[in-house]
Write a protein of this length. Structure first.
Length: 421
């Protein structure tokens, strides 16, 4: 088992780069399936989820190379040479594997895949994906563990789709299906995240016709064919937030040089409400930690609200704040599973349903903790930066799925952190 040992080392200071967003690059890799030829993605994070998506694309018949650090070249064959079936383990390894469903149906008329896996924080049904694709002419033949889908015509048909909830991944999947559909499609109540907009920009560079970027209504006029393109992946706002939090919780100042403040406005407001000082004059975003945090109430909401992925980071900072805070999770019921580990470190947190009540404590105390998902891993490492003594963190396979060389970048900022096998 790989473990991480963290000891307090005072205030973290310095500049750091976040690189491309996991929640953008995986979808943009899948989008390459929509056009024959050689695609290029830059600002690609070196994370295990990208490695798994590379394996998945190769299993489908693509040739993937890394011409330079943080770059990918994806050579996609003709539609007839794409294999719409891949080993189940590749789908079960990550949630984002569901996004090949739309491109495969749009390009090949068929898709066979295992149900997607990924982080363990509650049920995340795929009916938003399948309902929308069914409206576009797909027929699903499901059993307990596999999705088998086909269309009975050369191209998917356009449809007007209203999502019950502005699902980020469902919006991505349906958008990729619509760009090759016959006619004009509309996706209402679409997700507005910067990563969705970034995917749309890549598709437009490939020849897609999309209107409404950054809004809750996307209008797509299907085209018969797309072409390869070169695309720079948008910066990861959650990784950016994690590095900002590392400076905030230790009373230091960290600047994420490639962060986009316009993508993090609500989070930056909450940081200021907690007593942090934010600098968006560039490059990127900097945040300076207060001597002691102020209590603050936070509720997660779809973008542009506070993202659910920020919540473990915020909860960790509030665990050492002055006063009582209430954090409300409106998106995923099981997303408080990391709280028990923070309590092991000495935090005073009680949960009931969608709410967590956090009574700030003077200090945390190091112990052994285990991460259950990507952001929980980051949150526990942040706690270890200020916990007295030594904190040992396991479950690092989750951290590796979403953070590019996280340990070395924290060391660069001054953290006392070591990884052991």
């Amino acid at each position: 088992m790989t473990t991480l040992v963290v000891k307090p080392a005072g205030a973290l200071e310095g500049d750091v780069q976040a690189f491309g967003a996991k929640n953008a690059v995986l979808k943009e890799m899948a989008a390459c399936l929509l056009a024959t030829g050689e695609h290029h993605l830059t600002n690609v994070p070196n994370i295990t989820d990208v490695t798994m998506m590379v394996e998945l694309l190769e299993a489908l018949g693509c040739t993937v190379a890394r011409p330079a650090d943080h770059e990918l070249s994806i050579d996609v064959p003709e539609a007839a040479d794409i294999n719409p079936v891949a080993p189940a383990r590749l789908f079960e390894a990550m949630r984002a594997s569901i996004v090949i469903l739309g491109p495969l149906l749009a390009r090949c008329g068929r898709a066979d895949m295992a149900l997607p896996g990924g982080d363990d924080f509650g049920q995340r049904p795929i009916n938003f994906h399948t309902d929308g694709l069914t409206a576009m002419g797909a027929t699903f033949h499901n059993d307990r563990n596999f999705i088998r889908a086909t269309i009975d015509r050369p191209r998917m048909r356009a449809a007007r789709i209203t999502l019950e909830y502005p699902s980020h991944t469902a919006t991505d999947n349906l958008l990729m299906a619509c760009v090759l559909a016959e006619g004009r499609s509309v996706i209402d109540n679409a997700a507005r995240e910067p990563e969705v907009e970034d995917l749309a920009k890549q598709l437009i560079a490939m020849g897609a016709r999309i209107e409404g970027l950054g809004t809750s209504r996307l209008t797509i006029d299907g085209v018969a064919e797309l072409r390869p393109a070169r695309h720079h992946v948008v910066t990861d706002r959650v990784v950016s937030a994690t590095y900002l939090a590392s400076g905030l919780i230790t009373g230091g100042e960290v600047r994420v040089v490639d962060a986009h403040p316009e993508h993090m406005e609500m989070l930056l407001r909450k940081i200021e409400a907690m007593g942090g000082v934010v600098d968006v004059r560039g490059p990127g975003v900097a945040a300076q930690g207060p001597q002691i945090f102020r209590a603050c109430d936070v509720a997660t909401l779809p973008y542009p609200g506070v993202a659910t992925d920020y919540k473990p980071l915020i909860t960790t900072m509030l665990s050492v704040a002055d006063g009582v805070s209430v954090v409300t999770e409106n998106l995923f019921v099981g997303r408080f599973r990391y709280v028990d580990e923070l309590v092991r470190l000495g935090a005073s947190i009680t949960t009931e349903g969608h709410h967590a009540m956090i009574r700030g404590v003077d200090h945390l105390t190091g112990t052994s903790v285990h991460a259950s998902d990507i952001r929980a891993a980051a949150a526990l490492i942040l706690a270890g930066l200020v916990a007295e003594g030594e904190t040992t963190v396991t479950g690092l396979e989750h951290m590796d799925r979403g953070y590019d060389d996280f340990v070395e970048r924290l060391r660069h900022l001054g953290a006392n952190i070591e990884r052991f096998s």
